[in-house]
Each structure stands twice: as C-alpha cells, then as structure tokens.
Design a binder for this molecule. Structure first.
Ligand code: UDP
Ligand code: MG
Length: 315
C-alpha cells in the first residue's frame, strides 16, 4: 500500500487496567483504522500497550490483543516502575515517525489525536494536549493541580498549563528526549526543555471509563515534588532568603524581650518570648534541612545511574 501519512505509534501505559483496557483497545483500534483509511497515517501504524507490572490480568488482556490484531503490541515491564517510566519505555521502544502517549482510562479525548496529527503534518515536532476544562476532576484534584502549575511557574519550572502526558512527539523529539539520562523522570518538565517547533491541541477531559485511579494522593505529591526539585534550584535559594528573614525576626524579638525586661518590672519572666522563637527556629531549620535533603536524595539516586525501566517481554 502506498505510504500516505506518517507512521504513527500510540503508547498506552497500563497499571491494573484489566477493566478499562478492552474498551480502550477497541476504541483506539477503530480510530487507527479510520485514520489509516483516510490516509492521515500510514498503514503500518500501531498501538503499544505497556504493562507496568500489573497484579491483575492486564498482561493477559494485552497478549490477547496482540494475538488477534497485528496492529497491537505489548511491552511488559519487569515490575511496577511508575507511570512516567512506563511511558518513557513505550515511547523509546515504539517504532514510528510520531508517537502519541495516552492514558489507558481514556480520560483524554481521543478525538484530539486527529488534530495532533494535523499539527504534526503542519510541522510541529511536539504537540501538547491541553485540557479545556477540568469539570470531570474532583474539586480537590482541580484546585491542587492548578495551584501546582502556578507554584511550579513561580519556582521557575517551565510547564505547559493544564497539560498532562497526552502528547505527540516526532521521531526527532524522541531522539532528543532519549539523550536525557535522568532517572527522576518528570516528562512534563523535561519535554518543554527540548525546544523544537511545538503546537497545542485543546480537548475535554472525561471521567475514567472503568476501574479506579492509579494515582493516589501520595503518588501525586511525589510526582509534584519531583517536578519542582528536578527542574529548579529556587527552593534552595528560598531557604537562604528565609534564613535571612528569620535572623531579622529573631533579632527584633530579642530587642523586644530586652525592652520588656528592662522597662516593665511587672512582666512575668517571659516564657513566651523564649519559647516562640525557639519553636519557630526549630521548625524553619527542619523545613530547610528537609528541602536540602530532597536535593541530596536526587543526587544520590542519579549517581547510581540505574536503568530507568526493565523490559521483561515484548510482543
Ligand atoms: N499508570 C502506570 N503505572 C503506575 C500508575 C499508573 O502505568 O504506577 C498508568 C495508568 O494505568 C493510566 C495512567 O498511568 O493509564 C494514568 O493513571 P490514572 O488514570 O490512574 O491517573 P489519574 O488520571 O487518576 O491521575
Ligand atoms: Mg486517569
């Protein structure tokens, strides 16, 4: 068959997604067939499902898909490596001129895929899927996520507002991404650093089609912290500023305590003026040590240069 559009690969990280996967696969296969039919993409385009060490029947489902449909491929990681690493393993393994990554729960509207391909055809090397609104997310998730984007921006981390990991990468962008060796992965921060010609596509975020979120609050906080500490040393600078401020406040408190002691003979020998600065300083010190510890841990993990993912099997 004559090659028309680019050879597309769609990468889907899956962690315990046995409930959602059959629906997702059906929907994505149909979309792929349609895009091939209209000539938007080449006929050897494919889907890559990455099993991120699931403990349910996810891999069986993927095996079933790969056995019946030559457009479906499976990558099985040796254990749970986490969403970011699963995604990277898929993106670096998949063959194609362009790779789109999308979550297995189809919260991200698949209709945007067509627009991403159009943007790619128009010359974009990276196309960001950006959420139009967040009605489908809980109030908590919406507020924390949007607050986080603002905070990260303040800390000097360049992120695309309301963009998660739904994006298209060209072969050139993937090769550039592969050269980044860090194992503390935060792709949302890393990819804007690649540069290139970029575009954005707006889409609506839906409810999860099946199953439960695989991102409990603890994991979300971990990812959020990685996002800041992997890209910005601003918190370290902040500590210095904080230290100077605290020094001034402590000095002021000391002057005040002396003043009370000298000019107010009735004053109860002040436990407050002793205790408050003590607790305050203790708290600040712990906070600062903690922040420095975060960076130290990063350096520690990076110096090990461990593999970022281990592929057990490929279909
Ligand atoms: N995921 C993964 N490994 C993990 C956690 C999640 O590959 O350790 C996948 C999951 O299967 C889904 C995507 O990452 O395809 C996003 O997870 P989820 O939809 O649960 O996150 P949420 O949308 O709730 O933030
Ligand atoms: Mg989801």
């Amino acid at each position: 068959m004559e090659r028309s559009g680019p050879r597309l690969a769609i990468v889907v990280p899956c962690y315990n997604e046995e409930a959602a996967l059959p629906v997702t696969a059906t929907r994505l296969t149909a979309l792929l067939a349609e895009l091939v039919h209209t000539g938007a993409i080449a006929s050897d385009s494919a889907l890559y499902f990455v099993d991120d060490g699931s403990s349910d029947r996810t891999w069986d489902v993927i095996e079933g898909l790969a056995a019946t449909d030559p457009h479906c491929h499976g990558i099985k990681l040796s254990r749970n490596h986490g969403h970011q690493h699963a995604l990277l393993s898929g993106v670096l393994t998949a063959r194609g001129d362009a790779v789109i990554s999308i979550d297995a729960d189809l919260q991200d509207d698949v209709a945007a895929i067509k627009e991403m391909i159009d943007a790619y055809a128009a010359g974009a090397e990276i196309v960001y899927g950006v959420r139009r609104e967040r009605h489908a997310d809980s109030w908590f998730k919406r507020v924390t996520a949007e607050g986080y984007y603002r905070f990260a921006h303040l800390m000097g981390v360049r992120l695309v507002f309301n963009h998660a990991d739904y994006r298209l990468l060209s072969r050139r962008a993937i090769d550039a991404l592969g050269a980044y060796r860090e194992s503390n992965l935060f792709l949302r921060g890393l990819i804007p650093q690649l540069g290139f010609n970029t575009a954005t596509v707006l889409y609506d975020r839906h409810e999860r089609i099946a199953g439960k979120s695989k991102y409990p609050v603890a994991k979300m906080v971990g990812l959020a912290l990685d996002g800041i500490t992997s890209f910005s040393a601003a918190p370290l600078r902040l500590i210095t500023v904080l230290g100077v401020l605290v020094a001034f406040v402590s000095f002021g408190t000391a002057v005040w305590a002396l003043w009370v002691g000298w000019f107010n003979p009735d004053a109860v020998p002040g436990w407050a003026s002793t205790l408050i600065p003590l607790l305050f300083l203790g708290g600040i010190q712990l906070l600062c040590t903690g922040i420095i510890g975060q960076y130290l841990a990063k350096v520690y993990l990076e110096t090990k240069a461990r593999p970022r993912f281990i592929i057990e099997k490929q279909l």
